[in-house]
Each structure stands twice: as structure tokens, then as C-alpha cells.
Design a protein around this ligand. Structure first.
Ligand code: AMP
Length: 506
């Protein structure tokens, strides 16, 4: 029976003993070995009672086994739900409950905190550790190496990726086989990937960038990935001569440039440097070119849509832009209030349509209707402008999202925790330019009348409920938040006021 992702990405490689995951401190895995592991995991998923369409929530460290769980879900028709490893148990409990996940795969360290929630919700909990051990892989030891994939239609769900909303409620973006496969095919072709490519994979695999963009392209084109647990500039620099491509967030590039010795020689075999997930400063683009001779290819995408635009491999790579719409992607700039298409060159809301655009938010028909138009255009929340020759420039975000070190932070998530602290009347959380992280989180606090706020106590208190990457790096206490006539907090005024707080950080 057909299973689109399996048939296109896995089936052609099942008997290939060519390198797929090149590891630093563990054995390398061939395509065949990786897919045999995935098949064993698929048997275990089925034996543990997961049926096609069930959700598997996965909060584990990056490892070949973790990636094989994604492949196993595809084979077994299970919906893969990866979670940021930085989420706290409190945050994870929401995802389990909202998605109705049937099973959670987590680290043993999280077992105690999550087990109670899982038991209450009737959800099974199994473990998987960074070194590939754990109750889940142990059960798979004697499972069969072959798994007959479950039949799936192109519009069946392959993954559920949570992306927080400005309201504070996280939304599960439903991604289908068609969404993921179409984008992988278009990108592999657009970026000219072949089996001769060697990709340095230093991104997390709980986010669309490292999970789908990188992994699916490499499975499709057949080359190996140098699979690193995280991005360490010195290590990546040392590995570059053995690679042809790097996918990164802008911070990767600024960190590489921080090393004064980093230069052209390191990049002698490189074909392509790709950047995305946050804006790449034209200054970084130019410095990188001056030092290495390479013009970074910047692209633009979202969890809900995978990739929408990219600068070309052949043709002009224009700094400060995210390139042109990818083949099959319709893009228009509209008036944020009326939704009417705007004339060329005017700034407005970026809307996109294509086979890459998701199927809606999990069990949130109202939210889906707000952002996905009946004619298929998705309202991205990003403000941009398109030049006559198609190049798109992103000028800001309509949704106040903060992107720090490549991670998305929705101010509302942080504000809710801050507002609950004793003595805090209200708070506003904004991003301020940060030389290293792109943006740093700033908390603006208003005390209750007569209360004295102790920032050190608040910092300590919120470290429990809030993932580390969401915790503010700078605090300001003021008497009153600036508001417009409709009572809305004027975040732009705050951003302007505190734009320089990280200026001296390096
Ligand atoms: P995520 O859903 O985590 O992939 O985040 C999507 C958001 O990241 C988009 O809505 C943009 O605001 C931002 N983003 C992604 N790529 C770029 C880029 N190349 N330049 C500027 N912002 C970007």
C-alpha cells in the first residue's frame, strides 16, 4: 500500500549500505542500518498499541535513535510529535493533553516529573537516552528488521509540530505527507543536492529546520550527514573540509566568524551555506563573503508551511532578502487589515499558498480559520515587501515573536509566568537586538502599588516553570506600561526604548 514519505525517502535506500549518519563518538550508520532500526522501532510502536493516526510525543536528545523514531512513525502511520528538549514538565503536560498523545517518549530524567501526568491521562511513558539506550530501544532489540509500511494517503498527517500563539495557547500545526514530501523535493532540486553532498547537521531535530528540511532532503538525495549533538563552532570549523553543505541559523555564522582564524581554506570543499529561521544581517552576509568567498543562501519558512522562499544557488543571492518564492509556492503581500493584495513594492502581510502549506491547527478550527483562508492562502504573520523581480524582504513580525539563538519565544508564554509572581502587577516581554543571539529577551515589569520587586528572586522563581531559552536576560521595572487608545500595550515603543540593553554584551 502506498505511503508517500516511505516510498520516496526510505524505500529507495533500504538496501543501501552507504553512509547516512556520520558520528563523532559512536558508530556511523548506513542508510540500510538506519532504516532497519526504524523498522524495529515501528514494530515496537505497533506492539505498544499505537495505531495509524495516533500521536507519539517525543522529548529526547538528538541521536540516531531519535531520528529513527521519526522514520518509524512514518512507517507505522503514527503522527510524530517532537518537543523542544528545553520544555519543562509543566509545558510538556499541555502538549500531551492537547494532542491526546497515546505515548510519550522521554528521557529517564523527566520520568518522575512526567509519569504522574501520564498516568492521570492514561498515556504510556517509555524512555530513550542520548546514548541510544532506554526502555524503548531495549524492547526493539529483537524486533524484526523489516516492517511493511502502513498505507497512507498524501493528505494523512505525518507530524504535529507545536508553535506557540500570541494568545499564550500553543497550536499544533498538522503536517501531511504531501506537505513534507513536496517541500523536500522542491528544496533538494532548488539547492541542487545530490548524493555527492555531505551535510553538517548541527541543528536540533525537534524543529522543522533540522528535522524536515535537513533530514528529508538528505534522504531524498542520498548523501550522508555529519550528525552533531549541537553546534560548537570549533568542531564545525574542523569538520568543514570534509563537507559540502551546512544548514544553520544566523548565530552559526556569527559564531564561526568570531574565530579570527576562520577563513577560505576551511571552506575549500564547501558548496553551500544555508541560513534561515531568523534574519541574517546583511553585515554578516558580507563579512562571511569577504572571509570565505561564499555568499550564504538565505531562505524563509515557518513550522506551518515548511520553506516558502529562498535565494537561488544559480543566480543572484541578495543580502537582506529571503530570495524568491520556491517553485509551486504562491506568495502575495496583502493589507493586514483588509487582506487585499497590495501593489508591488508596498510593505504588508506575507501570505503563501502551495502543497507545502499545512492542513490547519490541531483541534482549533477557529484559529485555523483566522490564519488559513478558504482559498488556501496562509497568513504568515510576517510583514514583508516583494520587489518587481520576485525577491522578498522581511521587515518585521506582526506577531511580536522573539527569536533568540534560533529559538522562537512567544512573549505571552513568558508574561503569564511573570504576571503570576508575587508583587508583579503586569509585565511585557520584548526582544532587543543581541549581538550573539540575534535577539535577547527583555522583561518589563510593573510592580503592584507599594510592592518592591526583587529581580533576583523573580529570576530564580521562573527558572522552574520556564524553559531556559525563554527566560529573560534583562529586567526593567517601570511604573506603567505604555498603551494605545485601545488599551493595547505598545510593544514597539518598549522595543525602541530598550533597543540598546544588550549593546555591550558580546
Ligand atoms: P518557525 O515556525 O519556528 O520556523 O518560525 C517561523 C518564523 O521565523 C517566521 O514566521 C519568521 O518570522 C521567522 N523566520 C524564518 N526564516 C526567516 C528569515 N530568513 N528571515 C527572517 N525571519 C525568518
Amino acid at each position: 500500500m502506498p505511503n508517500p514519505l516511505h516510498d520516496a525517502l526510505f524505500a529507495p535506500r533500504i538496501d543501501q549500505e552507504t553512509a547516512f549518519l556520520v558520528m563523532d563518538d559512536a558508530d556511523d550508520l548506513t542508510h540500510g542500518a538506519f532504516l532497519r532500526m526504524a523498522a524495529r522501532f515501528a514494530h515496537v510502536l505497533r506492539d505498544m498499541g499505537l495505531e495509524p493516526g495516533d500521536r507519539l510525543a517525543v522529548q529526547v536528545d538528538k541521536s540516531p535513535e531519535a531520528l529513527a523514531v521519526y522514520a518509524a512513525c512514518v512507517m507505522a502511520g503514527v503522527v510524530f510529535l517532537p518537543l523542544n528538549t528545553g520544555y519543562t514538565p509543566r509545558e510538556v503536560e499541555y502538549f500531551i493533553r492537547d494532542s491526546g498523545a497515546k505515548m510519550v517518549l522521554g528521557r529517564a530524567g523527566a520520568r518522575e516529573a512526567l509519569l504522574r501526568d501520564c498516568q492521570r491521562l492514561g498515556v504510556r511513558f517509555e524512555t530513550l537516552e542520548a546514548d541510544g539506550s532506554g526502555s524503548f530501544p531495549e524492547t526493539a532489540t529483537f524486533a524484526r528488521h523489516h516492517f511493511e509500511p502502513v498505507g497512507r494517503a498524501p493528505d494523512d498527517l505525518a507530524a504535529l509540530l507545536y508553535t506557540s500563539g500570541t494568545t499564550g495557547l500553543s497550536k499544533g500545526a498538522m503536517l501531511t505527507h504531501r506537505n513534507l514530501l513536496s517541500n523536500a523535493g522542491v528544496l533538494a532540486e532548488f539547492w541542487r543536492f545530490t548524493r555527492d553532498d555531505v551535510l553538517i547537521h548541527a541543528l536540533p531535530i525537534f524543529h522543522t529546520h533540522g528535522l524536515f528540511v535537513a533530514t528529508n532532503i538528505m534522504l531524498l538525495s542520498g548523501g550522508p550527514m555529519i550528525f552533531l549533538p549541537r553546534f560548537r563552532p570549533a568542531e564545525v570549523r574542523a569538520l568543514l573540509p570534509g563537507a559540502t553543505a551546512l544548514m544553520g541559523v544566523p548565530t552559526f555564522y556569527t559564531r564561526l566568524l568570531d574565530d579570527p582564524e576562520f577563513s577560505r581554506g576551511d571552506c575549500r570543499n564547501m558548496r553551500l551555506f544555508i541560513s534561515g529561521s531568523a534574519p541574517l544581517l546583511p553585515e554578516t552576509f558580507r563579512t562571511f563573503e569577504a572571509r570565505t568567498g561564499h555568499r550564504i543562501v538565505e531562505r524563509y519558512g515557518l513550522t506551518e508551511t515548511s520553506m516558502n522562499t529562498s535565494n537561488p544557488v544559480e543566480g543572484e543571492r541578495r543580502p537582506g532578502t529571503v530570495g524568491v518564492p520556491l517553485p509551486g509556492v504562491d506568495l502575495k503581500i496583502t493589507d493586514p487589515d483588509s487582506g487585499a493584495a497590495l501593489p508591488e513594492g508596498e510593505v504588508g502581510m506575507i501570505e503563501v499558498r502551495g502543497p507545502n502549506v499545512f492542513a490547519g491547527y490541531w483541534q482549533m478550527p477557529d484559529k485555523t480559520a483566522e490564519e488559513l483562508r478558504p482559498d488556501g492562502f496562509f497568513i504568515t504573520g510576517d510583514l514583508g515587501v516583494q520587489a518587481g523581480d520576485g525577491y522578498v524582504t522581511i521587515v518585521g513580525r506582526g506577531k511580536d515573536l522573539i527569536i533568540s539563538g534560533g529559538f522562537n519565544i512567544y512573549p505571552r508564554d513568558v508574561e503569564q509566568v511573570l504576571d503570576a509572581q508575587p508583587g508583579v502587577l503586569e509585565s511585557a516581554v520584548i526582544g532587543a537586538p543581541h549581538p550573539d543571539m540575534g535577539e535577547g529577551v527583555v522583561a518589563v515589569l510593573v510592580p503592584e502599588p507599594g510592592a518592591m520587586l526583587d529581580v533576583a528572586t523573580i529570576e530564580a522563581e521562573i527558572s522552574g516553570p520556564l524553559a531556559r531559552f525563554k527566560q529573560p536576560r534583562h529586567y526593567v521595572v517601570i511604573d506603567e506600561l505604555p498603551r494605545n487608545s485601545m488599551g493595547k500595550v505598545q510593544k514597539k515603543a518598549l522595543r525602541d526604548l530598550y533597543a540598546g540593553v544588550f549593546a555591550d554584551v558580546s
